[in-house]
Design a protein. Structure first.
Lengths: 319, 433
């Protein structure tokens, strides 16, 4: 990859995105058998710099780093860095002084990862693990990985696939990264949600926009349900949870309208009964747990490629 | 003969005519093509002499945040930019909402002695938007406050705004409104639009500015008072002010140099040097602001000079403070945006940056270059250029968005009440006492 950081899907060309997905698949093949751990990053130090609670994402990155034999330092600060205490700059410089070479940053405010990479505060590689409402590039990569594993005829190009992203697009970094990546790979993306949760500028994006899930559901090859944050209620984005679930939830009845070949996705954690019913989450069409497993592989690939790897060792070494 | 008397030769007026100017006892004694005089000469080298610029919107940070600016350092930045009068915004700590605080700021300005510092009084106690400050006491104080503003905060309560507009009629004052509906802009970080949607930064919609402007224009008309709109940023806002003027409503408006030059695309870097309130808008807004300034819909340029210490900008976007400094670059930016583009001539620039702001503020010693007037003027070289270096500014802060820009029209000399306070772009150490 030409970029020292992964801050945004925009940092990647289509071929680089495919290189990450191919690398992840190769890592999957290697680590599928007896060999679970590769020595590739032995002696290298990776930091999880988490300014926002996200146990899942942190564990996924930690698992990925450890399977590549890297040392992992975990830093987590509850609440935002804006609140009193050490600044992002000071925290990052402190951790780099402890030997960090790559920082995985999760931060409640948009642009923090890019700022860390471009401000000159540190020299480390930076991986964006979710910044505010901006992006979550490894989530999009694992989603793309999951989609292509179910549509092998679209292995190198998603042209012809129609993918729905449903719910709170406005506040979703997952949606922003997925729009960039899936459209770059050739898919047609349709954003579905109440007008209050569609960003003003989304009308300039290369996507379709719909306020009606029932009109769209039968056209989709994959449906991605976004988590509804409870605080959106108090901000009057929609009247009640019940009305939201009725119009935009993947309920048991609506599930029947989904094509049999379509897959159901969710970045987690789910609100069962709100944006997704138990029947949908647990249906044979659901690939939600595959997404979790693929997340580790894709993050291994990202760490591997950013930290200087060029080719995968064909013979794994047990360590 | 006062020891500051002198004779400025070899300069041109904004209409291009060659003149010499004789200054005696802090006033302009004579203006002529050639003057017989025994006073010491200041050589103008053919540069342009203009009345000293007047800023109606300056944040000087003293009292309270002297690490980012003081009345003295702000005055130095002002004369570097060709200004001879500043209007110190009320959001200091303590807030300038009493006669005591405005008199303190006025006194600090006099002690600095580099330009006139006119305090602006807060409209509401503590800028809280709840109850009127003692506007009359500030008006009758030694600071003689005539402009009142809660700048940084919108007076959003319509009843309070009505009362304020009515009340200042007694002192001939004006309410300078920061037009920003607070409920439409909770937590907002930048202009709401295509860029904010992509960047995931919470948007500041243009309608939050325009709805307040529309309301206040109607209110000013209804109570027959004077309204001044601070830092207009939107195309729709320009159209509203244009309509109000066509109806004969007593509204004036200002635009900042940065809103005449920069767009919200700059937020792509997430560099908080571009974080400002109201935010940078789109190219269409910039074009409308330029046209509005050229045709007089927008009466004046005001800097909204807002110094911040390095740590408030050397951080992530959302943690950073809003604001940019502008005193030292204002004239050059307006020259670049308006004169180099052919939208405006120097005569009009003088009206927008000196004559009109002096008239709105009631600053009688400023705004005009004429015989008998106080000698507040400056010399600018319209044909030279200079490079902005944020590490070598007179302001105590360095948060300029124009670092490394090569700009036209450096200020060569500034004369405050006849005192040669800036010579060849450098402080002379002289001051008016």
């Amino acid at each position: 990859m030409h970029t020292p950081h992964l801050l945004s899907i925009n940092d990647l060309t289509k071929s680089e995105a495919l290189e990450i997905l191919d690398t992840a698949r190769e890592l999957s093949r290697i680590t599928d058998g007896a060999i679970k751990k590769l020595p590739t990053l032995r002696g290298r130090t990776v930091v999880n710099l988490f300014f926002e609670d996200s146990t899942r994402t942190r564990l996924s990155f930690e698992a990925a780093a450890k399977r590549l034999s890297a040392e992992v330092i975990n830093f987590s600060a509850k609440g935002s860095s804006v609140s009193k205490g050490e600044s992002l700059k000071d925290t990052a410089q402190t951790l780099e002084a402890m030997g960090a070479e790559l920082m995985i940053i999760r931060h409640p405010t948009s642009g923090s990862a890019q700022r860390l990479a471009e401000s000159g505060w540190v020299k480390s590689h930076i991986v964006n693990a979710g910044d505010g409402m901006h992006e979550h590039p490894t989530q999009a990569l694992l989603d793309a990985y999951t989609i292509r594993s179910h549509f092998p005829e679209h292995d190198r190009d998603f042209t012809g696939l129609r993918i729905g992203i449903v719910g709170d697009i406005l506040h979703s970094r997952v949606a922003r990264s997925n729009v960039l990546l899936l459209t770059a790979l050739g898919a047609r993306v349709v954003l579905i949600g109440p007008p209050t949760l569609i960003p003003v500028g989304a009308y300039s994006w290369p996507v379709d926009i719909s306020y009606n899930l029932d009109e769209e559901i039968g056209t989709l090859d994959a449906i991605m349900m976004l988590r509804v944050q409870s605080e959106r209620m108090s901000d009057a984005f929609f009247p009640t949870e019940r009305e939201y679930a009725r119009d935009f939830g993947l309920g048991t009845q609506r599930l029947k309208s989904l094509r049999k070949s379509a897959i159901i996705m969710h970045p987690g954690p789910m609100n069962r009964g709100l944006e997704i019913s138990a029947a949908s989450a647990d249906s044979p069409q659901s690939v939600i747990l595959e997404q979790v497993a693929n997340g580790v592989l894709v993050r291994m690939a990202v760490l591997y490629l950013l930290m200087g790897g060029t080719s995968i060792p064909t013979e794994g070494v047990l360590v | 003969m006062s020891n500051s008397d002198f004779h400025l030769k070899n300069v041109v007026m904004s209409d291009g005519s060659s003149v010499e100017i004789e200054v005696r006892e802090h006033r302009i004694a004579r203006i002529g093509t050639t003057l017989e005089t025994d006073l010491p000469a200041v050589e103008g080298h053919g540069a342009m002499v203009l009345p000293g610029l007047v800023d109606l919107h300056t944040h000087l940070r003293e009292p309270g945040k002297e690490n980012s600016e003081t009345v003295l350092s702000g005055s130095q930045a002002a004369i570097k930019g060709g200004y001879t009068a500043l209007s110190a915004m009320a959001n200091t700590s303590p807030v300038a909402d009493t006669a005591g605080v405005v008199e303190q700021v006025a006194r600090l300005g006099k002690e600095a002695g580099l330009c006139d510092v006119f305090p602006i009084g807060a409209v509401t106690v503590g800028l809280k938007g709840e109850s009127l400050a003692e506007l009359s006491a500030m008006a009758q104080s030694a600071a003689r406050v005539r402009i009142f503003s809660d700048d940084g905060h919108c007076i959003s309560d319509p009843l309070l705004m009505r009362r304020a507009l009515e009340y200042v009629k007694a002192c001939g004052g004006v309410i300078a409104q920061h037009a920003q509906d607070p409920l439409l802009t909770v937590g907002s970080q930048m202009n709401e639009g295509i860029v904010s949607s992509r960047l995931g930064l919470k948007g500041w919609p243009t309608v939050a500015e325009e709805s307040i402007i529309a309301r206040d224009i109607l209110m000013a008309h209804y109570v027959q008072s004077r309204l001044h709109i601070c830092h207009l940023t939107t195309k729709g806002g320009v159209e509203l002010v244009r309509w109000a003027k066509s109806q004969g409503i007593a509204v004036t408006a200002e635009v900042t140099p940065h809103h005449l030059m920069l767009t919200d695309d700059l937020a792509e870097s997430y560099d908080p040097v571009y974080k400002v309130n109201p935010p940078l808008r789109t190219a269409a807004d910039v074009q409308a602001l330029r046209e509005g300034l050229a045709d007089g819909t927008i009466d004046i340029v005001a800097t909204d000079h807002a110094p911040h210490p390095a740590e408030d900008k050397d951080c992530e976007w959302s943690a950073a403070a809003f604001g940019m400094i502008g005193l030292e670059t204002a004239l050059s930016i307006v020259a670049k945006a308006m004169i180099e583009t052919g939208l405006m001539d120097w005569d009009t620039l003088v009206k927008r940056m000196s004559t009109m702001p002096a008239a709105i503020g009631g600053y009688e010693d400023h705004g005009t270059l004429a015989i008998g007037r106080t000698a507040n003027f400056m010399v600018v070289d319209p044909n030279a250029t200079w490079k902005v270096d944020r590490n070598h500014l007179f302001s105590r802060s360095s948060n300029t968005p124009f670092h490394d820009f090569t700009l036209p029209a450096p200020v060569i000399h500034t004369f405050f009440r006849g005192v040669h306070v800036l010579r060849d772009g450098q402080l002379t150490g002289l001051k008016y006492e």
